[in-house]
Design a binder for this molecule. Structure first.
Ligand SMILES: Cc1cc2nc3c(=O)[nH]c(=O)nc-3n(C[C@H](O)[C@H](O)[C@H](O)COP(=O)(O)OP(=O)(O)OC[C@H]3O[C@@H](n4cnc5c(N)ncnc54)[C@H](O)[C@@H]3O)c2cc1C
Length: 383
């Protein structure tokens, strides 16, 4: 008998979501997380949860714990130095909100706390060093600082964010961009509007976050480092020039951080009693805030398949193939959507700028097209 029915590698938000979705299934579950408990709490990146993610998090009984989250009532999309803009509205779409903003640190901490309630073996400070399939089980090696340890499982569910990527087949596109994150204060209120402004360097997003705005400013990596190091007043001035005057003046900023941006897509996500999901399967550009939302749908669908088969079938080829087939369209749609946005908008070619403006104006003028984009952002390709 293997030690576990499913052993989850990586207890970040997506790995934790899979464990929580299997809570109450009666299966033997383990979660191996390299970080020490609570170490993710300091991660400042803002996460915009889609309405579809809210519905899943409610089913996982953690939504209430995430409060306070800031609802996004509308999204305003524009391009710097070009005409055309579009506004997407939650009321028009018949949704209570287009999304909800909180930071990764709180999301990760709340989900991790839910893992501590005893329904699974949650091991922190446990770094997985190797995964090898055997005939009826998969053997996982890990290190908790007390010599190498091993565990066996019917299935290794890998949500390590891509850290063990050498073992999978990855397509990588280096965007040569980095995202600068910070909380900023503006002289005018945000009225729960999220702004996505495309500049020639990359998209700049300002998300409503309580009384402040969460900034995700994509730019060249050298410039990102410079933006993080410069005095607050210079940073706010640069931000004002890049974003424009829609929110008045920017008057305050807290600590800044930056993240290098690459597209990474695993070509094989299910083989040899192992399934990769979440960022381990696809790491996306943060434009349009799709990464976690897509990873959460991965976890939800995988839990549905595991919960719907017999214990002996967990990790068998039929389950692996079924998972890969069911996730194909949504994953492909998410990768295509974000990658196309980045490549189409991150340049300053005049004809493209004009075509983009026309595209935005048309999107704004054609309600079914707007409706399609909103559904896509909230519920994925099956939306
Ligand atoms: C600037 C920025 C803004 C973003 N904004 C949004 C947004 O608005 N909306 C959205 O949906 N997404 C957003 N994302 C994407 C989102 O952060 C990721 O999609 C999400 O974090 C993926 O979760 P994950 O659990 O798959 O991976 P991760 O968050 O990377 O977690 C992986 C976990 O695995 C653990 N681990 C790694 N290696 C090992 C190992 N060998 N053994 C054991 N454990 C291991 C790590 O410690 C970590 O806890 C953004 C990303 C960035 C960079």
């Amino acid at each position: 008998m293997p030690d576990y029915d499913a052993l989850i590698v990586g207890g970040g938000p997506v790995g934790a979501a899979l464990a929580l979705a299997l809570r109450g299934s009666g299966l033997a579950l383990g979660v191996l997380e390299a970080r020490r408990a609570d170490a993710a709490r300091a991660d400042p990146r803002p996460i915009a949860l889609s309405h579809g993610s809210r519905l899943i998090l409610e089913r996982l009984v953690v939504w209430q714990e995430l409060a306070p989250v800031t609802p996004i009532a509308r999204i305003h999309v524009s391009q710097r130095g070009g005409f055309g803009r579009v506004e997407l509205d939650a009321t028009e779409a018949g949704l209570p909100a287009l999304g909800y903003v909180l930071d990764y640190g709180r999301l990760a901490a709340v989900l991790a706390r839910a893992l501590e309630t005893g329904f699974c073996d949650y091991m922190t400070g446990a770094t997985v060093t190797g995964i090898a399939a055997e005939q009826d089980t998969v053997r996982v090696r890990f290190d908790r600082g007390r010599g190498g340890e091993r565990a066996t499982a019917r299935l290794a569910a890998i949500a390590d964010g891509g850290a063990l990527a050498a073992s999978t087949h990855m397509r990588v596109r280096d965007y040569r961009q980095a995202a600068v994150t910070a909380r900023v204060v503006s002289s005018l209120p945000h009225h729960n509007t999220a702004y996505e402004r495309f500049t020639s360097q990359g998209p700049l997003a300002l998300l409503p976050d309580g009384g402040t705005l969460a900034l995700v400013w994509t730019t060249a990596p050298e410039q990102a480092q410079e933006l993080c190091a410069m005095p607050d007043a210079d940073f706010l001035d640069r931000l004002g020039r890049a974003f424009g005057g829609r929110l008045g003046r920017f008057t305050g900023v807290d600590a800044r951080a930056w993240f290098p941006l690459k597209l990474k897509v695993a070509s094989r996500i299910a083989e040899s009693r192992a399934i990769v999901f979440g960022n381990a399967a696809q790491t996306l550009h943060p434009v349009a805030g799709q990464g976690f939302n897509l990873g959460l749908r991965d976890a939800w669908e995988l839990a549905g398949l595991i919960g719907g088969c017999s214990r002996e079938q967990i990790g068998e080829a039929a389950l692996l193939e079924s998972y890969a087939a069911r996730r194909w369209l949504d994953r492909r749609g998410g990768v295509w959507f974000t990658d196309t946005l980045v490549r189409l908008f991150s340049n300053d070619l005049a004809p493209l700028r004009w075509a983009r403006g026309l595209g935005l104006a048309l999107l704004g003028a054609v309600p079914p097209a707007k409706h399609f984009v909103v559904r896509r952002m909230c519920f994925g390709t099956r939306g």
